[in-house]
Design a protein around this ligand. Structure first.
Ligand SMILES: *[C@@H]1O[C@H](CO)[C@@H](O)[C@H](O)[C@H]1NC(C)=O
Length: 117
């Protein structure tokens, strides 16, 4: 009986010690907003965009620290680029998403931007 009571307490503590995880965005389209979401860990959070699968590579984008568990990123990286979302929490724990391919959007503004590069 005592063991049972202890188990219930341990289970109720679980949500506060969940591992830091970052969702892999379902699709990333140039010039379109994409919701990055994560859970677990301890705020504030530091989100970066790394080259796909290259966790020691330098970040392509770094966003301001946030206490929220989501961030809307208007994709400003060219199509056919593979990226990985990196999430660091205040304790220094780091989580990575799977690799995602950026897809070309239909925005002419972006086409002009590329043409002038
Ligand atoms: C997060 O919340 C803490 C405590 O309320 C606050 O001091 C800090 O400025 C917030 N950080 C950000 C990036 O909003």
């Amino acid at each position: 009986m005592k063991f049972f009571a202890v188990s219930v307490v341990a289970a109720s503590l679980l949500p506060s010690i969940l591992a830091l995880t970052v969702n892999t965005p379902t699709s990333l389209i140039t010039c379109e907003p994409s919701l990055l979401e994560w859970s677990g860990g301890t705020a504030p959070y530091y989100v970066s965009i790394l080259p796909g699968g290259d966790v020691s590579g330098s970040a392509l984008r770094t966003f301001d620290a946030t206490n929220a568990t989501e961030y809307t990123w208007t994709v400003d990286i060219g199509a056919d680029t593979e990226i990985t979302v990196e999430l660091k929490d205040s304790t220094g724990t780091i989580a990575y998403s799977a690799e995602v391919d950026i897809i070309a959007g239909s925005s002419t503004k972006y086409a002009l931007f590329v043409a002038s590069e």
